[in-house]
Design a protein around this ligand. Sequence first.
Ligand code: C2E
Ligand code: MG
Ligand code: MG
Ligand code: MG
Length: 284
Amino acid sequence: HAKREQAGEPIWFESWMSEEYRESVVLESELREAIARNELQLFYQPQVNLKTKEVDGCEALLRWFHPERGMISPAVFIPIAERSILIEEIGMWVVQESVNQVRRWEGTPLGSMRVSANLSVKELVSGRIVEFLTDVRDRYPGIEQRMELEITESFGVFSDTRVFDALQTLHRLGYRLAIDDFGTGYSSLSYLSRLPIQRLKIDRSFISGDDACSNAPLIETIIRLAHTLKYDVVAEGIEQAEQGESLRKLDCEYGQGFYYSRPIPPDEFEIWYDRYQEESKQSG
Ligand code: C2E
Ligand code: MG
Ligand code: MG
Ligand code: MG
């Protein structure tokens, strides 16, 4: 046995545990403290209307600034948080902080900006986040129109009635819903057509690095499918101007990616937005 004291909680390591697993147990216990220690922050990435070039929405992406390890990617710590109810605490923090940001932007040039927050399917299953979002809507009337919730598609999740019911409730509350990473999770078409959603986000694996446009037929099929179901489409992972241009020609409504901006802190986002507005005015 090796014992590590972390935030007062003893952690026991057994000899059968892999190095990777031990590491994740340490991270998990540090993550428990991260909210209280103000180590979490939301970055924002613009979503650009490919036809009008307007930006009326952005995605909130979580960052963990660890005092020793520096910035840790959500791709690393969200799966760890999902192993326990920690993901619920994080989800509520993300929703509250997104709401705070919407309210901070009220009365500024970004006053009509919609913020899209990511929610884990694990949270929808427990139902606590649905209660929280119900409460948020009561506390801030009209906030639901400024918010969108992104749920990642993964195998079979939408056939889970708890997930389906949670989405239904959020829809009735007036929140906009989007399916994230579409095309990677094998949603059954029959469920897809019944989901109370407004938007599909095409996974960036179809877009980024597709210089030869070899995915174009596939992308076009996804866009047609979305439109048949009356959903609009956001393409993720646009890194070059030409990718945005060909997506626009395929009738894709929105684009998101490093070509427009990386995810950045809110003050930088305001500066980016100002400059973007100036540039679009000049180019007509
Ligand atoms: P996602 O929701 O699909 O977010 C898009 C990811 O693609 C982000 O990675 C973003 O930085 C990255 N990205 C955007 N444009 C480009 C591009 O042009 N090229 C490339 N290569 N990448 C691009 P990030 O921020 O590391 O987030 C990874 C994933 O972590 C997210 O994927 C989402 O599933 C999850 N995540 C992030 N924030 C949250 C959160 O607040 N709650 C939950 N539950 N999950 C979150
Ligand atoms: Mg997302
Ligand atoms: Mg995605
Ligand atoms: Mg994702």
